[in-house]
Design a protein around this ligand. Structure first.
Ligand code: PLP
Length: 390
């Protein structure tokens, strides 16, 4: 059967699935494998939220809900955004709850971009953006950052990428895969450019609670930016509930109305009972996230210190999320060769090429595994490089 022509434009996954498949095979053969390739927290979801879901199921809360999400979840989201990010959001008409951030981003692309439009993305970036852009017929224009200046934003480079086809910019802070956090100054520069060139900003704040230093600032809260920003967030990581599929978009009422038209046809509504548990998580489970983030901080310190000791590996200190994105080109290996080598020693990681065209020579590690596993993985990587260099 003839496939949709866009499918053939789907970018190759840059080695992500090759590593994942091989890691699973080695594990099945009984080898010890530390999984640092997939980006999901290794915690159970908060028990209170689980209880609320069970109760909702027992009470028969198993049918379609309001398309924008149940009112008390929208209220919980608005309360959280006010408390944590100082954003004033009307729960009545400025929020749509989606099946995770991925549905949120797809809905935005399908609602606010037309075929042939261009959208700027700072790279490296979360690879699903590219695939979603392809589905929507939108061209993603990559503006690469580098470890040489700690993945800081260079506004001049973004300006150079803007042309008459440019409709928007996606930003993601704290960032997957670098863990970097945008400064207020960087956000202000992007906001000014967006206003000057009449661009839409998609601000993916999925990791807003995963912060070890500094402060998370949302571009949505900057002067005049509510007019042109769609804020995306998710409970997947914040409450370790990646399988619950709860995310949301915040925006002006007229934008949310438009987004809801697409959302209605993609998923009708987010899962009813998961929404009930999500509201409880937001209202009552702050401490769960704080404890999890403190654990991630300790893991980050271990992995960064360990990677810095490995010859040929350059590693900065990420300020948030739960990834490190070192440059490994000094080992003399390509991203894929490095990942294949360390996988033979029991460590699964993702080649940098999965995160943008300019990231040959980098590797992403997700440290969502125990401190003991991280320490073992670091010893194994060190051993792999030492034995290669013999
Ligand atoms: N945005 C970023 C930056 C991510 O890293 C991820 C998942 O890894 C998502 C969105 C997807 O989140 P969700 O599970 O809510 O679809």
């Amino acid at each position: 059967m003839e496939k949709n022509a866009r499918i053939s434009k789907m970018p190759p996954a840059g080695g992500l699935y090759d590593v994942f498949q091989k890691a699973l095979k080695l594990k099945a053969e009984g080898k010890r494998i530390v999984h640092m390739e997939i980006g999901k927290p290794d915690f159970a979801s908060p028990p209170k939220a689980n209880e609320a879901v069970k109760e909702a199921l027992d009470n028969g809360f198993v049918h379609y809900t309001e398309m924008a999400g149940i009112p008390n979840l929208r209220k919980a989201i608005a309360d959280k955004e006010l408390k944590k990010n100082d954003l004033v959001v009307n729960p009545e008409d400025e929020i749509v709850v989606t099946a995770g951030a991925c549905e949120a981003i797809s809905t935005i692309f399908l609602s606010y971009f037309s075929e042939g439009d261009e959208c700027i993305i700072l790279s490296p970036y979360f690879s699903a953006y590219k695939e979603i852009a392809v589905i929507a017929g939108v061209e993603l224009i990559e503006v690469p950052l580098t470890i040489d200046n700690n993945f800081a934003v260079d506004i001049d480079e973004i300006c150079k990428a803007v042309n008459e086809k440019t409709r928007g910019i996606i930003i993601n802070t704290p960032n997957n895969p670098t863990g970097q956090v945008m400064t207020l100054d960087e956000l202000k520069q992007i906001a000014e450019l967006a206003k000057e060139k009449d661009l839409l900003i998609i601000s993916d704040e999925t990791y807003d609670q995963f912060l070890f230093e500094g402060e998370h600032k949302s571009i949505y809260g900057l002067e005049g930016m509510k007019e042109r920003t769609l804020l995306v967030n998710s409970l997947s990581k914040t409450f370790s509930m990646t399988g619950w599929r709860i995310g949301y978009v915040i925006g002006k009422a007229e934008y949310i109305k438009t987004l809801t038209k697409i959302h209605q046809n993609l998923s009708t509504c987010a899962t009813s009972f998961a929404q009930v548990g999500a509201a409880v998580a937001l209202n009552e489970c702050d401490q769960f996230t704080l404890d999890m983030v403190e654990e991630f901080r300790q893991r980050r310190d271990i992995i960064v210190a360990g990677l810095k000791e490995i010859p040929g590996v350059e590693c900065n200190t990420p300020m948030g999320a739960f990834y490190v994105f070192p440059r490994i080109s000094g080992t003399g290996l390509t991203s894929m060769e490095f990942c294949e080598l360390i996988l033979d020693y029991g460590v699964a990681a993702v080649p940098g090429t999965a995160f943008g065209a300019d990231f040959e020579g980098y590797v992403r590690f997700c440290y969502a595994c125990s401190q003991e596993d991280i320490k073992w993985a670091l010893e194994q990587i060190k051993k792999a490089i030492e034995e290669k260099n013999k």
